[in-house]
Design a protein around this ligand. Structure first.
Ligand code: 1HN
Length: 358
């Protein structure tokens, strides 16, 4: 037998409902109905773990190559859209990710915007990207930056398709309503510096005597070649202790500050040695991974522990570990992973949190 609530309680509910509906036209709403959702006891992201296998994505990219030119598309990109955030053009609440294709002979025209971009080269060599008058050649595993508000265009003068991961802070800039963009008057910007000039100036643990940071808060190096990162990781794998959570992991730095290469995005590269069975970790910065070499497994668990995902990844796959999800990396044969997140924003706000679980 169910007991019905006392008349007094029913009256209180009716009184509140009447209050809410009377105030609603005045754009007023009661905090106490939403307080717990507004201030959760721990992060409760709507973002879901997800995995894009390269073998499944690549045919769609190639079909896009037949359906539209790079010039017509401006940027021919397939967005890696979080399955729980469809229609929002984002991979986490703060980050955008996409795979861009440029075919031999094509140009992606020059423009600039306040959003910062990173490129991580996934397939093909010999395309270039130009930043404020200097070109850099793209090779697989290279990490390239387009600083906020710098002119940039891409071109492919090689004879193979070139594909890269674009990582941008689009949702972050949209959140602050601080986005500006302009198209250039020329299709490809004039080359005003020899390739490698920026790297020679800033890429050797040295800096010019008289200099301003040419891109403000962003690194003056706009290409971090894989050759260098790979060599460092392999030497550390041989000669230094392996971290039980991360394997061998390095973060890319702005050589002028020691901080992250971009004010809104941190980037990392790690090597998991063969036979690595990593311990679990979680962190507030949701992170996007691009598999450079090798194979492995990532297990991801939602904060409440209800949803578990296991992804077996291979070269050129992409996956996302959302905020405060517990993750664990394994690799039987060894692998190299590139990743990026919005960690510098968390750190600037003093809210970054990380746990290494045993
Ligand atoms: C952009 O400028 C590029 O320059 C790629 O390659 C992806 C997504 C949204 C807005 C601008 C690029 C982009 C983008």
């Amino acid at each position: 037998m169910t007991t019905s609530p006392p008349a007094a309680a029913l009256a209180a509910v009716a009184q509140r409902q009447q209050l809410y509906s009377d105030m609603s036209p005045h754009n007023l709403t009661p905090l106490w109905e939403v307080l717990h959702a507004l201030v959760p006891q721990q992060p409760a992201t709507p973002c879901a773990p997800a995995h894009w296998k390269y073998a499944e994505v690549r045919p769609f990219l190639m079909r896009a190559g037949e359906a539209i030119t790079a010039e017509e598309a401006v940027r021919r990109v397939l967005i890696l859209e979080n399955p729980a955030l469809r229609g929002k053009s984002c991979i986490t609440q703060s980050l955008y990710a996409g795979l861009q294709l440029i075919l031999p002979g094509e140009v992606a025209p020059s423009h600039r915007h306040t959003q910062s971009a990173l490129r991580f080269i996934v397939e093909g060599s010999g395309a270039y990207t130009a930043v404020d008058g200097e070109r850099t050649t793209m090779r697989p595993g290279d990490f390239i930056i387009t600083p906020s508000w710098t002119w940039h265009d891409h071109g492919n003068e090689s004879d193979v398709p070139v594909i890269w991961l674009d990582g941008l802070d689009i949702p972050t800039i949209a959140f602050f309503d601080a986005g500006f963009a302009q198209s250039d008057t020329s299709r490809s910007q004039a080359v005003t510096r020899t390739e490698g000039t920026s790297f020679a100036r800033y890429g050797h643990n040295m800096a010019p005597m008289q200099h301003d940071a040419p891109f403000g808060a962003t690194s003056p190096i706009f290409s971090y070649p894989y050759e260098r990162s790979r060599e460092a990781l392999h030497q550390l794998e041989r000669d230094a202790p392996i971290d039980a959570w991360d394997g061998v992991k390095l973060r890319y730095v702005n050589p002028l500050t020691g901080g992250s290469p971009m004010p809104t995005m941190a980037t990392f590269m790690q090597r998991l040695p063969a036979g690595f069975a990593g311990k679990a970790w979680r962190q507030t910065d949701g992170t996007v991974f691009s598999v450079v070499e090798g194979e492995g497994i990532v297990q991801i668990e939602a904060p409440a522990g209800a949803v578990k995902s296991t992804f077996s990844f291979g070269p050129r796959d992409h996956f996302v570990v959302p905020s405060w999800h517990t993750a664990r990396l394994n690799s039987a044969s060894g692998c190299v992973l590139f990743s990026y997140s919005d960690r510098p924003v968390h750190q600037a706000l003093g809210i970054h949190k990380e746990e290494r679980l045993s």
